[in-house]
Design a protein around this ligand. Structure first.
Ligand code: AMP
Length: 280
């Protein structure tokens, strides 16, 4: 397993791989790897001869400092999971090599960044777009893999690579869930026993909305309130948003369509969880 620590080291490795006609798949992560990340890595390993996993807790995308500090860091275990799933290199850049003192160059994301997470976490997607461009520039992959669990992030990344004419194919990977429906997330370990027991309500709310859509309900407000009613059955759930939107534009219209996605952000104590589902 190669471990690369700076953009220059990473680029040198990638250049030699490309020279040897290898194909490079890239899975960007913030570490604390779980089965969802492993799925992205496995897919990359099946579609490319080399797979790079980046592990970098990106300070630029945390709008709350304590959230950045509390983010789990499990480097040794991450390497084992990545290797097991088929990664051939780890890119774990030092903070200094990513954001040297005085750093102030950022990517302004497009309209996909505006609603939902963009409203609740100001500056978050600017940090995401910036780090994705920097990581892709260093890794020089043919394909990069992102989870649909972070549906809006995937839309922002697609919009960014298109806008900046980047030479990389973005692949969206379906959400990996626990048997009770809770989407795997690095934040789940911070849920209390009681919150963990209630958290599957998010997926239940999403599937209730999808069921109603399948039964013919098209009103956005009705679909959103069906999901909200389910969430409210969990006493500790503190709902931030329940939003139906178009999968491509991320705009909400009065009527849901076959391109609609239902998105939820919900707090349990100080843990913020997000999830989404395609309605059709
Ligand atoms: P993170 O380390 O949380 O920034 O996530 C790194 C990548 O893994 C992102 O593309 C996420 O969307 C993806 N990911 C996280 N959780 C899941 C999951 N449960 N299923 C599929 N992909 C996931």
């Amino acid at each position: 397993m190669f471990i690369l620590r700076t953009p220059a080291e990473m680029r040198a490795w990638s250049r030699s791989q490309r020279f040897a006609t290898e194909t490079i798949g890239f899975v960007p992560t913030m570490g604390a790897l779980h089965g969802g990340h492993a799925e992205l890595i496995r897919l990359s390993a099946s579609e490319n001869t080399q797979t790079v996993v980046s592990i970098f807790v990106n300070p630029a995308q945390f709008n709350v400092r304590s959230d950045f500090e509390k983010y789990p860091r499990t480097f040794e275990a991450d390497i084992a999971i990545a290797q097991d799933a088929g990664a051939t290199a780890i890119y774990a850049p030092t903070s200094d090599s990513m954001y040297p003192v005085g750093y102030r160059t950022y990517v302004e994301p497009g309209m996909a960044a505006d609603p939902m997470e963009g409203e609740g976490r100001p500056g978050h997607f600017k940090g995401v777009a910036t780090v994705v461009v920097k990581l892709v520039n260093a890794v020089q992959p043919h394909r990069a893999y992102f989870g649909r669990k972070d549906f809006q992030q995937l839309a922002v990344v697609n919009e960014t690579v298109t806008a900046l004419d980047m030479d990389v194919t973005i692949v969206g990977v379906p959400t990996v869930r626990e048997p009770d429906g809770l989407a795997l997330s690095s934040r789940n370990v911070r849920l209390s026993h009681q919150a963990r027991a209630q958290a599957p309500v998010i997926y239940q709310a999403l599937t209730a909305a999808r069921e109603a859509y399948k039964q013919g309900e098209r009103s956005r407000t009705k679909l959103e309130s069906i999901a909200r009613d389910v969430l409210q059955t969990a006493v500790d759930a503190n709902v931030e948003y329940v939003t139906e939107c178009n999968a491509v534009t991320l705009l909400s219209t009065d009527l849901a369509s076959e391109n609609s996605v239902m998105c939820i952000a919900c707090w349990f104590d100080d843990v913020r969880l997000i999830d989404n589902i395609a309605l059709s």
